[in-house]
Design a protein around this ligand. Structure first.
Ligand code: PEP
Length: 256
């Protein structure tokens, strides 16, 4: 099963509109001829309009970092899937920072996934264990429970439209990276296995799974060549045009 590689940047709460447009334009210039993989940048909601304009017609997709599940109404401060869909193709759902600081649960993640899919958005759904869970040997059981929660009630067809990002929380923004072998094993044992139980082998093999956690130009090659790792969700290293472009180019070279 050939899964098309996919590297997405997560800008988190960074970049004013002017900064965002500058970065988007630089990426467009540096990466315009890349055909070997899907590329996207997930921007703050305030940057989506300008970045979608700057990247229109390019090979770089745009994503939001979060959304609410209702279409509209009295939900002050939230962004609806209808609004996101006008400006973006992807939406990150259930990032560990949202789970930790903003009360996301497996239930809200599931509601958001269903809503995003119903609106034709492509969710990038984040899962991953904490350092304590990792040390206690609970990684596989915890990640399995997150998957079961995220996919609850999703048809096989919907499931295949998701992208998963396996992000061990202890590796996010810390400079610590799971070894490529560690990440590959967890993806196989905790993610593809449970997808096989929930659906079937074909669906488990069709869903793209990114690695996330201090991915950078220097380690992307070793990560992306692993059979279960289909790309990366990139925080820090996606904030500078040079680093992000170098990363994509290193990944393309590694896959040749
Ligand atoms: C992320 O935000 O999803 C992430 C993986 O961050 P970083 O690359 O900075 O660890």
């Amino acid at each position: 099963m050939m899964r098309r590689p996919f590297i997405a940047g997560n800008w988190k709460m960074n970049k004013t509109v002017a900064e965002a447009v500058e970065l988007a334009e630089s990426l467009c210039e540096a990466l315009g001829d890349v055909t070997e993989m899907d590329i996207a940048v997930c921007t703050p909601a305030t940057d989506l309009y300008a970045v979608s304009q700057a990247l229109e017609g390019s090979n770089i997709g745009v994503g939001a970092q979060n959304m609410y599940w209702e279409d509209k109404g009295a939900f002050t401060g939230e962004t609806s899937p209808v609004m996101v869909k006008e400006l973006a193709e992807y939406v990150i759902i259930g990032h560990s920072e949202r789970r930790e600081y903003f009360g996301e649960t497996d239930e809200t993640v599931n509601l958001k996934i269903k809503s995003a899919l119903a609106h034709g958005l492509k969710p990038i759904v984040c899962i991953g264990e904490s350092l304590e869970q990792n040390k206690a040997g609970e990684t596989v059981s915890f990640v399995k429970s997150q998957i079961e929660g995220a996919f609850a009630g999703l048809s096989e067809e919907d499931a295949r439209r998701l992208v998963l990002a396996y992000e061990p929380i202890w590796a996010i923004g810390t400079g610590l990276t799971a070894t490529p072998e560690q990440a590959n094993d967890i993806i196989r044992e905790a993610i593809r296995d449970v997808l096989k139980e929930l659906y079937n082998e074909e669906t488990a093999e069709a869903i793209r799974i990114q690695y996330g956690g201090s991915a950078k130009p220097g380690n992307i090659a070793d990560l992306i060549v692993m059979p279960e790792i289909d790309g990366a969700l990139v925080g820090g290293a996606s904030l500078k045009a040079d680093a992000f472009s170098e990363m994509i180019k290193n990944a393309v070279a590694a896959l040749k």
